[in-house]
Design a binder for this molecule. Structure first.
Ligand code: PLP
Ligand code: COI
Length: 337
C-alpha cells in the first residue's frame, strides 16, 4: 500500500490497495493477461455505454485474516455466481466462473498483505463496466467492456463499530424495480439515494428499510432480519431484493444453532409489534444490530434498544468461521496466503 492510512479511522472503501486485475470484454469474449496491474485510472470515451445507459454491476466480498496468520476469502464461489447472474442481466456474455475467480484471486493475493487485523478485512470489489462508444445504443447492450477487481482494506462499515442502528421504514417508495431487485447494479443504489438522504436529514437515522406495498424487504445495502430466543424471520427470496450471501449464511447458521428459521413475507404491522431483536446482514455490514425504527414520525425500540444477545450470538458464529476460529464445515473459506 502506498498509503499508511488506518482503515479503522478512514471511511469504508476510501483506501485502495496497489494492485488490480483487469479483463477486457469484446464481442462476446473476455481476455485476461493473467497479470495484475498497478491500480490506475481508466481512460474512457465520454460516449461510453456505462456513462449513459448504466451498463454496470459489481460484487462485494471480503478476505479475512485467519487465526493462524493466513488470509482467506469468504464464500468466493457464491459471489462469483451472483456476479455472473448480474452481468447476464445486461445482456452481456457471462464470464466463465474460472476467469472471474482468477481475477479475484490474483488481485486479492497480490494485495493480501494489506489485510487489516480483525474485525477489519480486505474488501474485494469486482466490477463490470460497458465501454461501447455509442450514445445511440440506449436499447442495445454494450458489446465491449472491462471486468476488473480492486481491493480496499476496511474497518467497520457503520461508524462507531457494533452499535444499535436506527432505521426509517419507507412504506411508499421501493428500493428499486422488480426486474433489477436481485441484481447488484449501480443504478439500484442511485434509486435508494433520495429516500436515504432524506431519512438521514429528517430523522437522523442510519439507513432506510424499504417496505413498499406492506412488504418489508431490505435496506439500501443490507438484508433485514428479526430474531428472538427461538425464531428467526427474514424475507423469502424473490427477484425484488438482493439475495445476500451473508443472509444465506445467517439462515444456515441460525438453523444449526436450533432457531426456527422462517423465510417469508413480513408485513409492517408484524415488524412494529415484534418483541425481540432486529439486525442487518451484509458483507460490509456483517450482522449489525438494529436498536430502533422510525415509522411515520414515531420511534419504535426493539427490546431495550441495545445490541441484542441473539444477534451477537449469531454474529459471533459467523465471524468465528470467517476468521478461522471455528471449523469451516461448509467449505466457505478459500485460503489465498
Ligand atoms: N442488499 C443490498 C442492497 C446490498 O447492497 C447488500 C450488500 O452486498 C446486501 C443486501 C447483502 O448482500 P451480501 O450479504 O451478499 O453482501
Ligand atoms: C456490500 O456489503 O458488499 C455492499 O455492497 C455494500 C456496499 C454498497 C458498500
Amino acid at each position: 500500500m502506498t498509503t499508511t492510512l488506518d482503515p479503522f479511522a478512514e471511511p469504508f472503501g476510501t483506501i485502495f490497495s496497489d494492485h488490480m486485475t483487469v479483463a477486457t470484454y469484446e464481442n462476446g469474449s473476455y481476455s485476461y493477461s493473467g497479470q495484475t496491474q498497478p491500480l490506475q485510472p481508466f481512460s474512457m470515451h465520454p460516449g461510453s455505454h456505462v456513462l449513459h445507459y448504466a451498463s454496470t454491476c459489481f460484487e462485494g466480498l471480503k478476505a479475512h485474516r485467519q487465526a493462524d496468520g493466513s488470509v482467506a476469502i469468504f464464500r468466493l464461489d457464491d459471489h462469483v455466481a451472483r456476479m455472473q447472474e448480474s452481468i447476464a442481466k445486461f445482456h452481456v456474455e457471462t464470464p466463465d466462473a474460472t476467469l472471474l475467480k482468477q481475477l479475484i484471486l490474483d488481485a486479492a493475493t497480490a494485495n493480501a498483505g494489506d489485510t487489516p487485523p480483525n474485525p477489519g478485512s480486505l474488501y474485494i470489489r469486482p466490477a463490470f463496466i460497458g465501454t461501447l462508444e455509442n450514445i445511440g445504443a440506449a436499447a442495445s447492450p454494450t458489446t465491449s467492456g472491462l471486468l476488473y477487481v480492486v481491493n480496499s482494506p476496511v474497518g467497520d462499515y457503520f461508524k462507531g463499530g457494533i452499535r444499535p442502528l436506527s432505521l426509517l421504514i419507507e412504506t411508499q417508495q421501493p428500493r428499486t424495480t422488480p426486474q433489477f431487485g436481485a441484481v447488484k447494479s449501480g443504478a439500484n443504489y442511485a434509486m435508494a439515494l433520495g429516500p436515504t438522504l432524506k431519512a438521514k436529514a429528517d430523522h437522523g437515522v442510519d439507513q432506510v428499510l424499504f417496505a413498499a406495498g406492506d412488504d418489508v424487504t431490505e435496506t439500501g445495502a443490507a438484508n433485514f432480519f428479526l430474531i428472538d430466543d427461538t425464531t428467526v424471520i427474514t424475507r423469502e427470496l424473490d427477484d425484488s431484493f438482493l439475495h445476500g450471501i451473508t443472509r444465506q449464511s445467517a439462515v444456515t447458521l441460525a438453523k444449526e444453532l436450533g432457531y426456527d428459521v422462517q423465510e417469508r413475507k413480513l408485513p409492517v404491522d408484524e415488524l412494529i409489534s415484534w418483541q425481540g431483536e432486529a439486525f442487518l446482514s451484509g458483507t460490509a455490514a456483517v450482522l449489525a444490530p438494529v436498536g430502533s425504527i422510525v415509522l411515520e414520525g414515531q420511534k419504535i425500540t426493539f427490546g431495550d434498544g441495545q445490541n441484542g444477545p441473539n444477534t451477537l450470538r449469531l454474529r459471533e458464529a459467523l465471524t468465528n468461521i470467517q476468521v478461522g476460529k471455528a471449523a469451516d464445515t461448509h467449505s466457505w473459506m478459500t485460503k489465498i496466503r
